[in-house]
Design a protein around this ligand. Sequence first.
Ligand SMILES: [Zn+2]
Length: 242
Amino acid sequence: MPWRRTASDPKPFSDLRPKGDDTAAFPPSLLDGYRKYRERSHTPHRPDYERLAVYGQEPQVMVISCCDSRVTPEGIFGAGPGELFVVRNVANLVPPHGPDGDYHSTSAALEFAVQALKVRHIVVLGHCRCGGVKAFLNGDAGPLSPGDFIGKWMSLLEPAAEFRCLPAERAEDPQLALEYAGVRQSLANLRTFPCVRLLEERGRLSLHGAWFDIGSGELRVLDAATGRFELCTHRPGIPANP
Ligand SMILES: [Zn+2]
C-alpha cells in the first residue's frame, strides 16, 4: 500500500512529534479558551448540544468565507452551533465544477451542503484587506514554497480580474474592486455545478454575495438588481455606523 511508510523512509512518525509531553506542548491559551467555552457556552446549553449530537445538523445556510482569522462567519451573523455550514479557504473562492478525480475540498463541502444537508442559501463572504487578494495583485512577489499552492489557488481570480471588476470600483480602490469581483466570480463558479444551477432554477436554493469590513464592522450585501455591494444599514433594525 503506497501510503504506508517503509523502512527506507527518512523520518518515522515518532520523529515528527514535538519533544516531551504532548499535552504540555498544547498551547495554554487554547486550553484557557476551552475552559471558558465550557463554562460560558457549552454547559449552560448542554441540552441543545445533546440534541444536535443525537439528531444531527440541519443548517439552512452555507457560508463560504476566507481563512482570515479576523473574519468569523458565526460571529458576524450571530449564529449558534448547527446554524451555519461553513467552509473557509484562502480568499473565499469557489473553483468551477471540475470532476477530474483530483482532490477538491471546497467542492466536496459544497456537494455535501447542497445534496445531503439541502441548505436553502449559500453566502460567499468576502472581506477587506484580504491577504490572498493582495498576493494576487502583487503577483511579482513569487511563491512561498516550491508547490506555490497559493499562486495556483489565487489564479481562480484571473477571470474575475478581467471581467468582474466594475470600473468605478476599480478606480476607487483596486484591491476592494478585486475583493468584490472575487465574490462575483465565486457566485458564477457556483452556478457551474449542475446541482446548484438546477436547485436555483427550481427556487429551492438562493445564492448571495456579501463583504465584511473588519475595522468598521460594516456588512455589504450584493444587490441582485444593481449588481453592486450595498450597505445593509438601511435594513430594519441594523444600526448605521457611528
Ligand atoms: Zn481573505
